[in-house]
Design a protein around this ligand. Structure first.
Ligand code: TYD
Ligand code: MG
Length: 465
């Protein structure tokens, strides 16, 4: 008979070791290994065949149509979920503590009840009075959302395992839930994984949509939602910089919808309000004629989004100059800097470089390269990029500018917001009348340098490419 044994489990990724180690070899996290009791293995394996049943196979065509969806009525939330919540599915919503997950989900539930759905909100973190207070603040006190405070998964399962189960259930948060048949503490990998498994199984059996809240913390003591990602149908990340009012909901995995759509919200005194036109919001604090700023015309999912890329270049007091990036990839910045130096003779060695995507948005598109290059050139020559222009294009290692997708959509959005000029990769024109915006095609990074700093002509010519 196998006995309960101790195992050392990484609280960040779930990797298990026979002894304690300081650093998890699987995910590289330090001090994330915690001793947990391993449940006894199934005695005797699967030898006896008496209890087994044959499984039935069916064809692909019988799988049916699109799964029916339940739209919440919050357009930005529905956009990210792919048109609404799918019954019987499980969705994990991760985010830093305090970003607004509880607020968002309370608003989603209230909106769903407005469409006739039955919704339950089960909190393991806050008292009923606190949740009521939030509902009052959001003006949702009258919404018929069933509210409960519970942390025992056994109790929750017993309550929800009825034909009258609600249509949508929120568990806030999965890290506070515990199964009493496991010895480890709530928040450990074993508990988080076990609780989620039970809840997801019930959601599939009863056909309700399960929304799990998961805190993402860098500290190893609370299990990261990473261990749940394969168990759920969709993983949404709720992001936002502290001190910014913008919040971005992003799908990282979605079995029932796209994964590149974002929903943009603004945190106000009365809760999260939807931002239908993110570009206008992201550009709202822009200062005219500042050196080191360029407006990037990007695409997030199916939607064009204009954001300002800001760069600051200053003499470095250190031997190794600083490269600091917020909202973009630092490896990509290193590449653009290297191309500027090697192909255009614009050296920023010995100078600190700070790059920031204004408004707290995270840009991952390679099409932002040219906008970053424009901001860097502008900052280093102290000449503003023309105020009424947008920039987009991918930079290759040879300094060549590559085409990006959805050019017309980007230009239309820029035009709508009053921009008159665009720096972009060479376009293949096919006679179709383009938008009435002045186009400056850039084939090489040197062209951009020449456009933005005509006085820098000498060093440009000096370096062959
Ligand atoms: P909350 O939803 O509790 O975050 P999470 O569940 O992700 O931990 O939101 C916390 C923050 O949101 C808190 O700092 C206060 C702010 N907030 C507002 O600014 N306006 C509001 O209407 C509400 C309800 C919260
Ligand atoms: Mg919360």
């Amino acid at each position: 008979m196998a006995k309960n044994q101790a195992a050392y489990v990484c609280q960040s990724c779930g990797a298990s070791y026979g002894r304690w180690v300081g650093r998890c070899e699987a995910c590289g996290e330090w001090n994330s290994i915690v001793e947990e009791l391993r449940p006894a293995a199934t005695p005797g394996g699967l030898k006896g065949r008496s209890a087994s049943r044959r499984i039935a196979f069916s064809g692909l065509a019988e799988a049916g149509d699109e799964p029916p969806r339940r739209a919440s009525g919050l357009a930005e939330f529905d956009r990210v979920t792919g048109g609404g919540l799918v019954p019987g599915s499980a969705v994990l919503i991760g985010g830093d503590p305090g970003v607004g997950k509880s607020t968002l989900l309370l608003q989603v539930l209230a909106s769903l009840t407005g469409q006739g759905a039955r919704a339950a909100y089960i909190s393991g973190e806050e008292a009923v009075a606190q949740i009521r207070l939030r509902a009052r603040r959001l003006g949702l006190s009258d919404a018929p959302v069933a509210l409960a405070v519970a942390t025992s998964v056994r109790d929750i399962l017993a309550t929800l395992d009825t034909p009258e189960a609600p249509d949508v259930v929120v568990i806030d948060s999965i890290q506070t839930m515990y199964l009493d048949n496991l010895d480890s503490a709530p928040g450990t990998v074993a508990q988080v994984r076990g609780s989620a498994q039970e809840l997801v199984r019930l959601a599939k059996a009863r056909g309700f949509t399960l929304l799990l809240v998961g805190h993402v913390t860098k500290e190893g003591m609370i299990a990261g939602p990473k261990v749940l990602e394969h168990m759920v149908d969709a993983v949404l990340a709720f992001e936002g910089e502290r001190g910014h009012q913008f919040r971005v909901l992003r799908a990282n995995k979605n079995r029932f919808g796209p994964t590149d759509e974002i929903g943009v919200f603004e945190m106000t005194d009365g809760g999260l309000s939807e931002v239908a036109n993110p570009s206008a919001l992201f550009l709202s604090h822009r200062q005219a004629d500042t050196a080191g700023a360029a407006v990037f015309a990007g695409i997030e999912g199916t939607r064009p989004v204009l954001v300002e890329v800001q760069a600051l270049v200053s003499p470095s007091p250190f031997g190794t100059p600083r490269r600091s990036v917020v909202g973009w990839d630092s490896a990509r910045l290193a590449m653009v800097l290297a191309v500027l130096e090697a192909r255009c003779g614009l050296s920023l060695a010995g100078r600190d470089v700070y790059l920031n995507v204004a408004g707290g948005l995270r840009v991952s598109e390679p099409g932002a390269d040219l906008a970053v290059a424009a901001a860097l050139i502008s900052a280093s020559c102290d000449r503003p990029v023309p105020d009424d222009s947008v920039v987009f294009g991918e930079v290759g290692l040879g300094g060549e500018i590559r085409a990006v997708s959805q050019t017309n959509l980007r230009l239309k959005e820029a035009e709508k917001l009053g921009f008159r000029r665009a720096f972009l990769p060479p376009m293949k024109r096919r006679g179709a009348p383009g938008p009435s915006i002045g186009l400056t095609e850039v084939t090489h990074l040197q062209d951009l340098l020449r456009q933005l700093s005509p006085t820098q002509d000498e060093p440009v010519r000096a370096v062959p490419h």
